[in-house]
Design a protein around this ligand. Sequence first.
Ligand code: AP5
Length: 183
Amino acid sequence: MRLIILGGPGAGKGTQAQKLCQQLNIPLIGTGDILRQAIIAQTELGQQAQPFVEKGELVPDPTMIEFIRARLLLADAAAGWLLDGYPRTAFQAEELDFLLDDLGQRLNWAIWLEVPEPVLMSRSLARKRPDDQPEIVQRRIDLFYQCTIPIMEYYERRNRLLKINATQPLEKVQQELLEKLHS
Ligand code: AP5
């Protein structure tokens, strides 16, 4: 299965993505976590991403598009994957479609974890990562509404969007997600 999981900061993307990948036996490709690890390791990707991630800004599209292209060409991604945090801009979404066409692959679903803004903020602040300071989280929330919400419309028009009420307890979110994926 080929899935993407979308939602604001603190919507629960990483939490739900881990469980889903274990259940479906597919690799999890979480761009936020990959970038944070790359920054710690100071790889070339990490050095490019650091000034943006630290401020809650989006890493430029060309860097992310090149990274995802290389990652989806690895052997473990041949039979399926879950992308957490990608695409985040309309341009990334279009480029993903081009890439999948090239690879002869098809996206099954884009999952949208819907959570109101105050909950996004409180969950993110409770986590205490370096980029979870109030003003940085606010910038990530603003960019989510500005850049990522239009992507939901992109997938809805293609009948590929699964909306999930992610304010429910973790287990309920997971249950609703699995039911909708298998219906
Ligand atoms: P990224 O890590 O993707 O940040 P984000 O979208 O802001 O998402 P978070 O990781 O903050 O939240 P999450 O939805 O995974 O929530 P979680 O499961 O942890 O990206 C970081 C940065 O990288 C970006 O700012 C950008 O700079 C860069 N970047 C990444 N991808 C990019 C791209 N494609 N293009 C450009 N730049 C990119 O849950 C949060 C908390 O809530 C946890 O403590 C959890 O236990 C709790 N929780 C979860 N679900 C529930 C629930 N149902 N009930 C109660 N608590 C819950």
